[in-house]
Design a protein around this ligand. Structure first.
Ligand code: GLY
Ligand code: MN
Ligand code: MN
Length: 433
């Protein structure tokens, strides 16, 4: 059931922020993979956030002023094409189902847009996102400018609509949180399934298949990003996606995988031993990363700054690196010199939402921003040890990351991915079972 009211409320809120002007947002283009085969279509997140419409070839226009008017341009109803491609709403049904004020055929865009832009002070758009689309916006602006001698004025200002939408999307409402919790539960279940399916001699892609099975079987539309299933040394390649190596007895397996459900991403990383028991050095590094994650999670509270979880994780990791002989000196000096980045080279998290690396500024006026209830972020410290001079050999090729998704609440945070085990005893028990 489409909750048209929810989208209408968002459009009205955006219109309030715009003041007066016209917002024009296109959904994502369809992309060819090779010859007649397309990549799976995924709508544009901003567009979808404002109207919930999932078909390709659609444009949303919001007229802000004394009253708000929302207009959808979409593919025409076409019974012949529907035999090949399936159902499409067509403007009339889309208008009713999605609570829009007007809807027209996408083929009429060039005819309507110059009229809609006439006498508007500002065009709000996502200029720079897609060159072809930018060209069309410019054509429509020029079409209005060509009429100035008739007394029509063209927008004097172009503003980035994403600046307004990013702030709206950053704070999730209850319906969004509900979807994100469900996505997280499906992904956690997939990680449990992967742990139970892992054993020496299997291939990374076989474990990837277990994850994908669980995503789709639970109704998730797609992975939110290409899963990383990285055994042994592959775990030290941060964006490893080949997923084609054989798992050996002494390997750890790092899996970074999350599903997308109804437009919302989840993002979980777990690391566990292929044969079901953490060996000495693996255990030492794992316990360290887990402790760093706990320290970071303790900082996820309203009023704390974006940077606080990262700083907390780094302090714990650096102390551990010194204790294990990976870094030398005091905690302060290793942080100051950045020497720890040989083993921990990424940040501790990112916003999460419709996009896995979701929108929203991390700083405001040059300062890290404060966390607020309704924000969702990942907490994902790690440690990646490549063979190298001065690196104790027993740690070589160990790569560990532990990643959970946290909702900032009134008092602290809610870890919505908690159903994926991460305590050593829980992982070992699950793999034994
Ligand atoms: N899976 C992408 C990330 O963890 O940032
Ligand atoms: Mn992440
Ligand atoms: Mn991840």
């Amino acid at each position: 059931m489409i909750d048209a009211t929810r989208y209408r409320r968002r459009r009205e809120r955006l219109a309030g922020l715009m003041g007066r002007g016209l917002a024009v947002l296109s959904t994502a283009p369809e992309r060819i993979r090779n010859r007649d085969a397309h990549y799976p279509f995924r709508f544009d997140s901003y567009f979808h956030y404002l109207c919930g419409f999932t078909e390709p070839e659609a444009v949303l226009v919001i007229v802000a002023g004394e009253t708000t008017r929302s207009i959808l341009f979409c593919r025409d109803k076409d019974l012949e094409r529907e035999i090949w491609d399936g159902f499409r709403f067509g403007p009339d049904a889309a208008k009713a189902a999605f609570g829009l004020d007007e809807a027209y055929r996408i083929a009429e865009l060039d005819q309507h847009l110059p009229q809609l832009l006439a006498d508007q002070p500002t065009l709000f758009c996502d200029v720079g996102e897609n060159g072809e689309w930018d060209g069309r916006l410019i054509q429509w602006l020029n079409a209005v400018r060509a009429q100035v001698r008739t007394g029509i004025s063209a927008p004097g200002e172009i503003r980035d609509v994403r600046k307004l939408l990013d702030e709206m999307r950053l704070i999730k409402d209850e319906a969004e949180l509900d979807t994100m919790r469900r996505a997280a539960i499906i992904s956690a279940r997939a990680h449990r399934r992967a742990m139970q399916a892992t054993r020496p001699g299997r291939y990374e892609y076989e474990i990837e298949a277990e994850l994908l099975h669980e995503f789709r079987a639970a109704g998730a539309q797609a992975p939110a990003y290409t899963p990383i299933v990285a055994g042994g040394a592959n775990a030290c390649v941060l964006h490893y996606v080949a997923n084609d190596a054989r798992l050996s007895e002494s390997d750890l397996l790092l899996i970074d995988a999350g599903c997308e459900l109804d437009g919302y991403a989840s993002d979980i990383t777990r690391t566990f031993p292929v044969q079901g028991r953490f060996l000495g050095p693996q255990r030492e590094i794992y316990e360290l990363v887990l402790a760093a994650q706990a320290a970071a999670i303790a900082q996820v509270q309203p009023g704390k700054l974006w940077q606080d979880p990262h700083d907390a994780a780094v302090r714990v990791l650096v102390q551990g690196f010194i204790d294990l002989g990976l870094c030398h000196g005091s905690v302060e000096s290793v942080i100051e010199s950045g020497d720890y980045r040989r083993f921990y080279m990424h940040r501790t998290g990112h916003w999460l939402g419709m996009d896995v690396h979701d929108c929203g500024d991390y700083k405001r006026d040059g300062q890290w921003r404060a966390l607020e209830p309704g924000m969702v972020l990942t907490v994902e410290p790690g440690c990646y040890i490549r063979p190298g001079d001065g690196v104790p050999e027993r740690f070589w090729n160990i790569g560990v990351r532990i990643e959970d998704d946290a909702v900032v609440t009134l008092k602290g945070c809610e870890i919505i991915t908690a159903q994926a085990p991460k305590a050593i005893a829980d992982i070992e028990a699950l793999m034994r079972a």
